[in-house]
Design a protein around this ligand. Sequence first.
Ligand SMILES: O=P(O)(O)OC[C@@]1(O)O[C@H](CO)[C@@H](O)[C@@H]1O
Length: 494
Amino acid sequence: MSGAPSRVTLHLGHLPSKKDIKVPWPRTPSRVDPNNPPWPAYRGYHEYSFAHATMGVRLPTILGKAIDDASRTLNEQSAEDKIVDLVQCIERMDNLMSDLSGNAKLRPIIDDGEGDVALWNKEIAKYFQGKDFMNAPWLFAEAYKYRRLHECFSVSKYWSDYDVFYRQKCDTFSRSSDAVFELSMRFAEPFQQTKNVSDEEKTETERLMFLELTQVCLWGNSTDLSLLINMTEEQIKLLQSTGGDHLAATEKNILGNHLNKLWDTVKTLREKTGGRVDFVLDNAGFELYCDCVYADFLIQSGLAKQIRFHGKRYPWFVSDVTKKDWEWLLNTIVYGHLFPETSEAERESLRSLGARWKQYENDGRWVYEQHPFWCTGYTFWDLHSEAPDLFLHLSRSDLVIFKGDLNHRKLTYDCAAPASTPFEIAIGPMASAAGAPKVCSLRTIKSDVVVGLGDTGDEIAEKLDKEEPGWKISGKYAIVLLSHGRPGENVRFA
Ligand SMILES: O=P(O)(O)OC[C@@]1(O)O[C@H](CO)[C@@H](O)[C@@H]1O
């Protein structure tokens, strides 16, 4: 247009002056949802994150091994109807493999009669329409894969309970003999305080045992089948070493360390009504065995009167505990012939441990539970809203111990929160909702999210990023973090 300036420069003298724009993290709670965690989500296409290797390589490898397992079982069958039924399960697994490797969109879960179908499909419809395996948040996409794997079997006539990971889980426990007997020889005899010592000395003995066993329970988490695909027996032994010196040294690797606060909490349990501790379990086999040794000590010392163990309803993230794994462990250590090379004294120590644990179960001091919520794609920020019955149930516990990496990812919304973020903030409603129980996370660090490292946490993480790339997935480091919650307050639901 003739006469119009060739370039327009506006003078913005009447607008407010420039200010630093605040980074919009964390999102305000009302803007948080499963596709939009409080800090940026990790997604499969993020090459810098473990999400990428997991979604692109590890999950197809795990599924391939699962198909091999089912094929092995198929070859052992004789009845035609069972064979045909299993062939169909394998075909469904092949389809899942195509979806996974072809990065298909996430479809609803088929109604297979499980108690979690509605929860899954509500979440997919509300937050993940049109999303695929790589662009949905990693946590959801990965959990979804295990739900789809379950569906391959749950719709079948004969194989609905089949566990493609069962052989691996049993096998790894049977290859853990050194650490298994190291613990059984020390703890088979019921724990007794030395007579004629002062109350202070008794408490000190208990404190030291508690700290040592908490570490046994913690590091038991570093034997994780989904990551140990190529581990030798020697490497597994090294990971499981439980000697006292080793534990003192490994405390240095606990980057966020509330062990002493945890003891302060636990030592008051005895005076509480109930003295109930809940374990939200992670892996079967050796880790579960360590959990039981720890739980046994809590009962024998009188610190807790009841332990409630929470497992998964179906095979989950390769090595997670199911009811069958729980029963297998308790029965195999009493009746099994897993360790023929060991001495009679060692085998007897294991049998006595097992007999005692089964007795706890019979008299209700140990209770095994499996709420459907544990096998969903929701994080624990949504436990209060999506599983109010479970929240209410946990609110009655004196301490809820969450084991392992996956539970930690779910507690913290599996997002890129700064490492200095206080644990209480990172776990949102599990700390801040009225009636939230005391929560402890015992986790060896095996994935990207790291919080609770204290005021200098960001610098610590930055230094490790530079000096030890891979520190977040090696299982070399750990955290023991405690949130005090709001126990005793009336639980409220909107
Ligand atoms: O929960 P766990 O057994 O400690 O660890 C689970 C895990 O192996 O699986 C995920 C990746 O597939 C990560 O969260 C973690 O590395």
